[in-house]
Write a protein that binds this ligand. Structure first.
Ligand SMILES: Cc1ncc(C[n+]2csc(CCOP(=O)(O)OP(=O)(O)O)c2C)c(N)n1
Ligand SMILES: [Mg+2]
Length: 339
């Protein structure tokens, strides 16, 4: 029997209210393009998975695009980033080439990790992407280590780490929150609360309703935001980054969003109803941004042109990736250790 999640679980606590940024139409149009690109890449990957072209598990972030694009616009391009197995969107928003991203998921030689990492191990240190992780919570202490290194070396770079609502109940999370706050590390803890941990709705996982309150137990500044609104995400991450760079330590952001596709490719989604998903579509990041752009005077024709351009770009990237060769078997023994 599917269990419905509430359509709106934003808390009414006054101390979490954040003023959204009001960005120019030019910036918002660019963000719209980036979000459409991420959506189309993810949808194409699902199609490729359905036709049996992807080995191993693949998790998309369809519905989480506002988080990735708002974050990328608010941070410096070399700030450290770690994330989960659900990390295509962060990497694309930070500028990863869709051709190399898709080739990687297909296990092809032109992938950014020569096809050896796949969907669950997105990374590119030249873009500050220090690695995705298949172990729930493991990427979080890694980012704290990077923040500590940056502080000791005086690099001026901050770290951001993304994790899900289900990760909060891993012990290592709490050890990391405690130490990071005690040492005032330049780090942002960003929880993508998509209301589900695999097939389990959030209400079954914990009695704590407002996840951002966990951070308060460690004396950490924390807030809860509507992560389907890219201007809100941008404002929250900008503010958190300013605090980190000023030496004021970590911020915990709970971004409320919704996963519109299954937990992973092939998920039959028997644990939720089609009506629940349909209700969430009215407030998904692309719909919110498109409505805002039209309200602020953008014309539908320009947005349609953007969608058509992106469609062609992603189709070309899929073709490139499919035509890319398989890695040479000898590659099995390279890149195994870093000295
Ligand atoms: C330590 C550990 N325990 C269990 C799993 C199996 N697992 C993979 S994804 C997942 C759900 C995590 O949910 P959440 O943190 O909300 O992230 P989401 O998938 O919703 O983005 C679980 C339990 C795992 N990968 N690692
Ligand atoms: Mg989740």
């Amino acid at each position: 029997m599917p269990i419905s999640v509430e359509a709106d679980i934003l808390s009414s606590r006054a101390d979490t209210v954040i003023e959204p940024a009001v960005l120019s139409n030019e910036t918002l149009t660019k963000m719209y393009r980036d979000m459409v690109l991420i959506r189309r890449v993810e949808e194409s990957l699902l199609e490729l998975a359905e036709s049996g072209k992807i080995g191993g598990a693949m998790h998309t972030a369809i519905g989480h695009e506002g988080t990735a694009v708002g974050m990328a616009a608010a941070l410096q391009p070399d700030d450290y980033l770690t994330c989960t197995y659900r990390g295509h969107h962060h990497s694309l928003a930070r500028g990863m080439d869709p051709k190399r991203a898709i080739a990687e998921v297909l296990g092809k030689a032109d992938g950014f990790a020569k096809g050896k990492g796949g969907s669950m191990h997105f990374l590119d240190p030249s873009l500050g992407l220090m690695g995705a992780n298949g172990i729930v919570g493991a990427q979080v202490p890694h980012a704290a280590g990077m923040a500590l290194a940056s502080k000791i070396r005086g690099e001026g770079r901050i770290a951001i780490t993304f994790f899900g609502d289900g990760a909060l109940y891993q012990g290592v999370m709490h050890e990391t929150f405690n130490m990071s706050q005690r040492w005032l590390l330049p780090i942002i803890f960003y929880c993508e609360n998509n209301r589900y941990s695999e097939m389990t709705p959030i209400g079954r996982t914990s009695s704590v309703r407002d996840i951002y309150m966990f951070a308060r137990a460690y004396g950490m500044h924390s807030l809860q935001i509507d992560a389907n609104d890219v201007e809100v995400v941008y404002a929250a991450v900008t503010q958190a980054a300013e605090r980190a760079r000023a030496g004021d330590g970590p911020t915990f952001i709970e971004g409320i969003t919704y996963r519109l596709a299954g937990h992973m490719a092939g998920d039959l989604e028997t644990y939720r109803s089609p009506d629940e998903i349909e209700a969430q579509r009215a407030h998904e990041p692309l719909v919110v941004l498109q409505r805002r752009l039209l309200d602020r005077g953008a014309d539908e024709k320009t947005l349609a042109e953007i969608r058509a351009e992106v469609e062609a770009e992603v189709a070309e990237a899929v073709e490139f990736a499919q035509n890319s060769p398989w890695p040479h078997p000898a590659e099995t023994y390279t890149d195994v250790f870093a000295l």
